[in-house]
Write a protein that binds this ligand. Structure first.
Ligand code: ZN
Length: 269
């Protein structure tokens, strides 16, 4: 009886031990690469979470711009000449420009009170708004240009489009006849549908309550000024955009939120 029990137990131990070894070997093979990539994912994710979406857009568009610039260079051998040097954009954000911040609730009230403004729920409503003439397409103009947009449409309420054109002219006027003539400010975000907003929502502090003023066609963001060449530095364009924003804000024409990576502008009537 004793002998039989001992024999039975050794069989079990061999079986369990063998299975256990197999399990360990296969686990080691599977877990090692998985956990490594998981760590890598976390390490990459952390700094990204701190970057706001508008900043990401700005970075994406600026890298797009520089890559397409280099693709358009006619002669790669001419790279070393100063004429073909990359022209770096000049930043327009709260770190560079000193302007008072208007509370976001004021932006929301202003956006809702603009004539014919409506909540642009989806692309269909955006298109319908365009057909009614409540939203108008926005193209590059004097003193400003529109970047490639990934999270918004290039449409605005007519009054806001007129404001943008007026600010573009004021900016161009500031620099006319100077070494920085021809510099344009870069609009990086315009009208967002609810879905586009939702894709930004969690990380964009301007999107709280799900009612961003961008969803009313009432706001746009300026993130950079772009010089025609490196002949002049960023000081004049930066001073010019600061003067324009400050004077429009003082006159009560616009509300401003200086953000980490852009200036958020809403028309005020
Ligand atoms: Zn904005």
């Amino acid at each position: 009886m004793q002998l039989r029990r001992r024999k039975y137990r050794w069989d079990r131990i061999t079986l369990v031990g063998g299975t256990f070894m197999l399990l360990i070997i296969s686990l080691a093979a599977w877990i090692a690469p998985d956990s490594a990539s998981a760590d890598e994912g976390l390490a990459l994710q952390h700094p990204r979470a701190v970057i706001s979406v508008e900043e990401e857009q700005a970075q994406a568009s600026s890298s797009q711009a520089s890559s397409s610039d280099s693709a358009l260079r006619p002669d790669p051998a001419a790279k070393s000449t100063s004429e073909d040097e990359e022209v770096k954009p000049c930043s327009c954000n709260r770190h560079v420009l000193k302007l008072p911040k208007n509370p976001y609730t004021d932006h929301q009230v202003a956006a809702r009170n603009l004539p014919n403004s409506f909540f642009v729920k989806d692309k269909g409503e955006m298109e319908a708004g365009k057909r009614r003439g409540d939203l108008v397409p926005v193209h590059d103009g004097r003193g400003y240009h529109i970047t490639a947009l990934s999270h918004s449409y290039a449409v605005l309420l007519p009054e806001v489009q007129a404001l943008l054109a007026e600010m573009g002219n004021a900016f161009a006027d500031e620099l006319e006849g100077t070494g920085s003539e021809g510099t344009r400010f870069r609009v990086t975000s315009l009208t967002r549908t609810e879905r586009q907003q939702a894709r930004l929502g969690r990380r964009n502090y301007n999107a709280f309550n799900g009612t961003s003023t961008h969803s009313y066609g009432a706001s746009f963001d300026i993130a950079y000024t772009d010089r025609p060449s490196n002949d002049s530095d960023c000081s004049a364009p930066t001073r010019a955009i600061q003067n324009v924003l400050r004077s429009f804000q003082k006159k009560g024409r616009i509300l401003v939120i200086p953000e980490k990576s852009c200036m958020h502008i809403t028309l005020r009537r």
